[in-house]
Design a protein around this ligand. Structure first.
Ligand code: SF4
Length: 85
């Protein structure tokens, strides 16, 4: 069981984290992002909790949390949700 109980219901648990951290370029990169977002938005029952955690961690030194798709959004998309400093 994960420390956060909602993580046990995350759709990405069975898929693997690499899907949510695309490293390609160009069209492949965009396709990988779209595939990850489809899982988050279409299959995951805990997207809101995941997004809230990402926004919380992005205010810390946890670099890993600033990369990849969390809560169905990219890092720049999440940054746009954060209030201006
Ligand atoms: S919303 Fe978060 S927990 Fe759910 S599949 Fe996407 S990355 Fe995983």
């Amino acid at each position: 069981m994960s420390p956060r109980r909602w993580e046990d219901r995350a759709a990405c648990r069975e898929i693997g984290t690499e899907v949510f951290h695309p490293t390609g370029r160009g069209a492949d990169f965009e396709a990988d992002i779209a595939a990850a977002k489809a899982v988050c938005h279409g299959l995951c029952p805990v997207r809101r909790q995941c997004l809230a955690l990402a926004l919380e961690l992005e205010g810390t030194a946890d670099r890993y949390s600033r990369d990849g798709i969390w809560g169905g959004l990219t890092g720049p998309e999440r940054a746009a949700l954060r209030p201006a400093a």
